[in-house]
Design a protein around this ligand. Structure first.
Ligand code: ZN
Ligand code: ZN
Length: 251
């Protein structure tokens, strides 16, 4: 009886206040992440992609399980795979900017609403008991921003895997990656992360961040996890940049 009443109230509430769009000030009447205007410019990652870093590859290149982009062939990253839902472009980049620099939590909720089924399924497929580790920020960065995006996103997402929020730590503050060249990004992050969590049992780590651009952060964090004893590290992000170098502006 009470449940039916709450359900009816909820339906009326949703009709009066439809869910926010992640990318603009509009609403998503479908209940998905983006409104009808933003949805067409929120691009899902499509094959063929590099099997390591998931950068989109040339359509005419032969694909397969070991199809690596030139950068991963030249200099393999410390992580073993990347799983991103969207390209970091268009409405998705707008949404991330609104969240990251504007503290827009309704936009984060909307993004999580859209990504939740995909993410839950992928994490579950790799192993429902595997720990999910949010990529940490240094306390000074946290103070500036007021919240930790990957941790908050994991709370909004319906993830059934165990979450290990404080195992990996960022030991020192680093300049904002967006202001640096590709080389500088990698240099900037050497030894920046360290594992302080319990002794490693699972051997497989699932690392969660909001976006992957050059991959420098994911690489440095994965290196720290492998030093701690994890055999493989798989990166999960909302979005990854649809280009290979650090030549485009990134967050
Ligand atoms: Zn919109
Ligand atoms: Zn690659």
């Amino acid at each position: 009886m009470v449940r039916n009443y709450l359900r009816t109230v909820g339906r009326h509430f949703s009709a009066l206040f439809p869910p926010a769009c992640a990318g603009c000030d509009g609403v998503s009447i479908t209940g998905l992440a983006f409104c009808a205007i933003c949805a067409p410019v929120a691009h899902r990652i499509e094959e063929p992609c590099c099997s390591r870093c998931q950068v989109p590859m040339d359509l005419f290149r032969p694909t397969g399980a070991n199809s690596l982009c030139s950068r991963c062939q030249r200099q393999p990253p410390a992580f073993d795979s990347v799983h991103a839902l969207w390209e970091y472009d268009g409405s998705v980049a707008d949404a991330i900017r609104r969240i990251k620099y504007g503290g827009d939590l309704p936009a984060l909720r909307a993004l999580c609403r859209g990504a939740s089924p995909w993410l839950s399924q992928h994490l579950y497929d790799l192993g429902p008991d595997l720990p999910v580790i949010p990529v940490p920020a240094h306390p000074t960065d946290l103070q500036r921003r007021g919240f930790h995006l990957p941790s908050l996103a994991l709370r909004f997402l319906s993830v059934s895997n165990p979450i290990v929020p404080c195992g990996l730590r960022k030991e020192r503050p680093t300049p904002r990656q967006a202001t640096l060249s590709l080389e500088e990004r990698h240099r900037n992050l050497i030894d920046a992360f360290r594992w302080h969590g319990p002794s490693v049992e699972s051997k497989i780590a699932l690392l969660f961040d909001d976006v992957l651009t050059t991959g420098a952060t994911a690489d440095a964090a994965s290196r720290a996890l492998k030093l701690a004893g994890f055999d493989s590290v798989h990166i999960f992000v909302f979005a990854r940049a649809p280009f290979i170098s650090g030549s485009k502006p990134a967050t």
